[in-house]
Write a protein that binds this ligand. Structure first.
Ligand code: SAH
Length: 405
């Protein structure tokens, strides 16, 4: 029996509107999440270190063309302080994110990474855009553990439309993800849901690609229009996709998150801040109940927080790290879950993965070559390891769609 969920089935679920059927999807995602990554919710302290950006992404408010945004770059001491705050809250990871800011010099960043690794027990995750290989290698050497780079959409035409190249330099985010893996990073990627011009079929391709890339972390959030961008100012015309446009709704994000848990059972999947932004009351909770196992509380100093405007009306814009931390603990306990300790990386989990009494199955590859020019070389075999004692979840993983006609 194949573990592969056919793309047509993924597509069927993305179009599913019946609440009773969807409940079945939420339950399966939640069961697989519990059996594969447990009830711990890992917290990653997010520090938005710079809002300078050299790129012109049509979706993002940090784009260099947005002149109505005051720019900032945190200094070394501010970043180290934020990292110490992560330690004091008991977080295992700090995520240093920013625009693609070449004012962030290779050696300066390497020094910050070295200091954090030398002075704290934190895992360091970077999310600094499409930096050249030499920067990525230097930062890995300095001790960075993980790198996040969303491919945003697997539709190459749409991606090119919304993500113009930097000068004549053309980048292939999938190739960068492959190189990051080669450098020894844990690798994260993800998408926005509801980008103008994005179809249901293309989101189904994105989810199938998550499986193929064997990603360690997968972030999925709704596209939120920003008025200072071509995709948010209503001026740019995008070709119609004939009723196939995928909506940027909360419900669609939950479907994508749940399906992602089914295709990548042991990945770290956050309930994203963008999801919390479109449902401030309980978007995070619902995300965590429908496949997610990670949350990224914001540790950016308050004086900068409102300036990291990738999209408007961000959640938790005015809460201190302290307030955020207290609120999250309550929300997580309210779900009957607990806060994860330690770094919470996929590698940590692999160390404890059951070796005996397990079945391992190779997942047949899907056809990435038809979807992505150049394709993606797998760097490790795709395997799903399922404890045989957990018969119910074993069955649902091996054939998660058995009752879905
Ligand atoms: N410069 C880095 C970090 C960008 S911000 C990079 O390019 O990787 C991190 C993520 O925010 C992006 O990858 C994108 O998926 C998301 N994002 C940007 N603009 C957004 C918008 N308008 N709505 C929703 N998500 C957005």
């Amino acid at each position: 029996m194949s573990v592969t969920i056919e793309k047509t089935e993924i597509l069927g679920w993305l179009r599913e509107e019946n609440p009773a059927r969807l409940k079945e999807l939420w339950q399966r995602a939640d069961e697989i999440r519990r059996s594969r990554v447990g009830d711990a919710v890992h917290l990653r302290g997010l520090v938005e270190i710079s809002n300078f950006c050299s790129r012109q992404c049509a979706y993002c408010g940090l784009r260099v063309g947005n002149e109505n945004l005051a720019r900032y770059r945190m200094d070394l001491n501010e970043i180290l302080e934020a990292a110490q705050q992560a330690v004091s809250f008991g977080y295992g990871t700090v995520v240093l994110q920013g625009g693609e800011d070449y004012g962030i010099a290779t050696l300066w960043m390497a020094e910050i990474i070295r200091r954090i690794k030398g002075e704290t027990p934190l895992a360091v995750t970077l999310s600094l855009g499409e930096r050249p290989d030499k920067d990525l290698a230097a930062w890995r050497k300095a001790g960075a553990d993980r790198y996040l780079l969303r491919f945003e959409t697997s539709d190459p035409n749409l991606f090119e439309e919304i993500h113009p190249p930097l000068g004549r330099r053309k980048f292939d985010r999938l190739a960068i993800l492959r190189r990051l893996r080669g450098l020894g990073f844990e690798v994260g990627s993800g998408i926005m849901v509801g980008i103008p011009g994005q179809t249901y079929a293309s989101v189904a391709n994105d989810i199938a690609l998550f499986r193929e890339l064997d990603l360690d972390m997968i972030g999925i959030g709704p596209f939120i229009p920003h008025p200072g961008t071509p995709l948010g100012n209503g001026l740019r015309f995008f070709p119609s996709v004939n009723g196939e446009q995928v909506p940027n709704t909360e419900l669609m994000v939950y479907k994508a998150v749940a399906l992602t848990r089914l295709v990548r059972p042991d990945a770290n999947i956050p309930a994203t801040s963008a999801l919390a932004t479109i449902n401030k009351a309980n978007g995070r909770e619902l995300g965590l109940q429908r496949g997610a196992n990670v949350f990224m509380p914001n540790l950016t100093p308050l004086k900068y927080r409102h300036l990291y405007q990738i999209y408007p009306n961000k959640a938790c814009i005015a809460e201190t790290g302290d307030a955020c931390n207290g609120c999250l603990s309550l929300r997580i306990k309210g779900l009957g879950r607990h806060i994860g300790r330690g770094q919470g990386g996929r590698k940590d989990r692999d160390l404890f993965a059951p070796e005996r009494g397990s079945v391992s199955r190779s997942i047949p590859q899907t056809q990435s070559g038809t979807m992505i020019p150049g394709g993606f070389e797998l760097t490790r075999p795709l395997r799903v390891t399922v404890p045989i004692s957990d018969e119910r979840s074993r069955r649902s993983i091996l054939n998660p769609f058995s009752s879905h006609a």
